[in-house]
Design a protein around this ligand. Structure first.
Ligand code: ACO
Length: 370
């Protein structure tokens, strides 16, 4: 079905922001004043979060102090939520995470923000372990944020896993006025607290058209199974009217630059790993074959639509290689994007006004009273 741009607010500018810029024609992403290529793998997640938070709270912490406070916030969040996590672990991870985040304070200050930033990083590994009948692992305040999150999942402190997760969290930390960030800003525009904005962000991220896509990418790779089956599988899926998860984007008309940052991180991880970790290199070769076939077929079938690979395709491979199950991929995404949601919520509160668009009524008119 063809849509006019209005139904998806395509070209509407609904906020002014200093936080990130997405250039969909050039495939360029700027986060807090720096190009993604100059951040991913070069600055740790906590330094990028500190850049995003700069000027938005009463205190601006230098990166070292920010990292220490975030480490302490991880320990506090674990203490506050570990018991409750056992009670919600039977729920799908995103639903459990939403329930847990709802237990945190709904203030507007830096302590509230750090606690909300820490919560998904601490609780996602705990929920995954509980669902595997393993005891959760408590955080360590002295570790880097990504290193601690990776360790809380597996119990091991491999530097290659920490580095790959760090690239991931930085890469997804902010991305203009995407659906979940818009949801967070709408809530902040009512002067509700940061916790309420975070829950709005989590709820919007969950859907398969936004942050819920990478789980289905794994289903697609598993369904295809071998590179030579890619084209036939994709043709059949499109004949059936399905969308290919991990392809297409509202803003990018060229390749999503985040896909390249993540693909490079997957390649580094695959190179660092050998046989006992599973066939990471084989999985990468399958993904590359699927990407090539999908781009060929989409170009042929939809020549007037620029559909390219998006962030979710290589997200799936990276998070799988790190040991996260597909059902938890969106919760890991939330651990990164929480930085953006909180910064946007504060920015909206400080510089914006109530967001209140209008709708056009197309229903029946009430009959005039007799
Ligand atoms: N596979 C097949 N066809 C597609 C795909 C796809 N992945 N993406 C878009 N199309 C087609 C649509 O069917 C539609 O065709 P039609 O006009 O012939 O019906 C056309 O391209 C445009 O689709 P829209 O839905 O209008 O495009 P929109 O900008 O709203 O969609 C979206 C963007 C939702 C990301 C879409 O590309 C999609 O569904 N992709 C798959 C899900 C996905 O990977 N989501 C993650 C996005 S990244 C993120 O949010 C973090």
């Amino acid at each position: 079905m063809a849509h006019d741009g209005m139904s998806g607010l395509d070209d509407v500018i609904a906020a002014e922001t200093r936080l990130s810029a997405v250039d969909g024609q050039r495939g360029e992403l700027i986060i807090a004043g720096a190009r993604l290529e100059d951040l991913a793998g070069k600055a740790p997640f906590e330094a990028v979060a500190a850049r995003l938070f700069k000027g938005l709270f009463d205190t601006d912490l230098p990166p070292d102090a920010f990292a220490r406070r975030l480490g302490a916030a991880r320990v506090d969040a674990y203490r506050a939520l570990a018991t409750a996590a056992r009670g919600v672990a039977a729920m799908p991870p995103m639903d459990a995470l939403r329930a847990l985040v709802a237990r945190l304070a709904d203030g507007d200050d830096l302590d509230t923000a750090l606690s909300l930033l820490a919560a998904p990083a601490v609780m996602t590994p705990a929920l995954v372990r509980l669902r595997r009948d393993l005891p959760p692992i408590a955080p360590r305040a002295d570790l880097g944020h990504a290193a601690d999150m990776a360790r809380m999942l597996t119990g091991s402190d491999r530097a290659d896993a920490a580095a790959a997760l760090d690239v991931y969290l930085v890469t997804v930390s902010d991305h203009g006025l995407n659906a979940s960030t818009f949801a967070a800003r709408v809530v902040a525009s009512t002067w509700a607290g940061l916790g309420s904005s975070a829950i709005a962000g989590l709820s919007a991220l969950k859907g398969p058209l936004h942050g819920g896509a990478p789980g289905p990418v794994i289903e697609m790779l598993d369904g295809i199974g071998a590179p030579e089956r890619a084209a036939a599988w994709i043709e059949a899926a499109l004949d059936h009217g399905d969308r290919l998860m991990g392809f297409g984007h509202r803003i990018y008309k060229v390749r999503d630059p985040r896909a390249d940052a993540l693909k490079a991180a997957v390649q580094r991880l695959a190179a660092a790993r050998s046989a006992p970790d599973g066939d990471a290199a084989g999985r990468l070769a399958l993904a590359e074959a699927v990407e090539r076939a999908a781009l060929d077929i989409l170009r042929r079938r939809k020549p007037d639509r620029p559909l390219d690979v998006n962030v979710e395709f290589y997200t799936a491979l990276l998070l799988e290689a790190l040991g996260f199950p597909p059902e938890a991929f969106t919760a890991v995404f939330a651990a990164g994007r929480m930085a953006g949601w909180l910064a946007h919520a504060r920015e909206q509160r400080l510089t914006g006004r109530l967001i209140r668009p209008q709708s056009r009524y197309v229903g029946p008119r009430a009959a005039a009273a007799a």
